[in-house]
Design a binder for this molecule. Structure first.
Ligand code: PRP
Length: 194
């Protein structure tokens, strides 16, 4: 089957990267449903508040763009660039911040949106950095929570799924900058990173 064409009755596109995936953890439909539910909850909680939703580049960009379209209360968006992995499968633990916020978050309610909380060193760094800008409130939203690997005491205020300690890619999550464009979350075949 040629890639990039509709290949089955559910109209899913066949991606070249499908061949690197051991199994699908969450389908596009499961992600859509979980994100819609989370959006409703966030909308209720922030109604009437001045909300700034912050996307942590790059992994959360797909989740973020779907999530904000499910937030019905007024909000502004901003982006922060932080990276800890480089090209490895393990976090280096050293956070490199390459883009700061553009908006002033002082006295505003900030919701940080991540694709995954792993060791939570990235989030811990961001929390400390953003608290210094004196927001009215600061909460954490993550698509995936990999608690088995936590090294810092950080927990999510909002999340879609808990995940086991497996190497997951897709829906924004990468390995070596690949696989971000997969519309589902899958477990990467071990031979791809060993
Ligand atoms: C990933 C992910 C989180 C962070 C989580 O980002 O997007 O930001 O690692 O790991 P931690 O909880 O162990 O800190 P990465 O550094 O790979 O950059 P990317 O988002 O650009 O892929």
């Amino acid at each position: 089957m040629e890639t990039g064409v509709l290949d089955n009755p559910t109209n899913h596109i066949c991606f070249e990267a499908d061949a690197s995936i051991k199994s699908i953890l969450y389908t596009k439909e499961e992600l859509d449903s979980a994100v819609a539910n989370l959006g409703k909850k966030i909308s209720n909680d922030y109604k009437g508040k001045e909300l700034i939703v912050v996307c942590v580049l790059k992994g959360s960009v797909i989740f973020f763009s779907d999530l904000i379209r499910n937030i019905s209360c007024d909000c502004k968006i901003d982006f922060i660039g932080a990276s800890s992995y480089g090209c490895e499968t393990q976090s280096s633990g050293v956070i490199r911040m390459y883009k700061d916020l553009d908006l002033d978050i002082k006295d505003k309610h900030v919701l940080i949106v991540e694709d995954i909380l792993d060791t939570a060193k990235t989030m811990d760094y961001l929390i400390h950095m953003l608290k210094g800008k004196k927001p009215a409130g600061l909460k954490i939203c993550t698509l995936l929570d990999k608690k088995a690997r936590r090294e810092v005491d950080v927990s999510a205020d909002y999340k879609c799924f808990d995940v086991a300690n497996e190497f997951v890619v897709g829906y924004g999550l990468d390995f070596n900058e690949e696989y971000r464009n997969l519309p589902y979350i899958g477990i990467l075949k071990e031979e791809k990173y060993n």
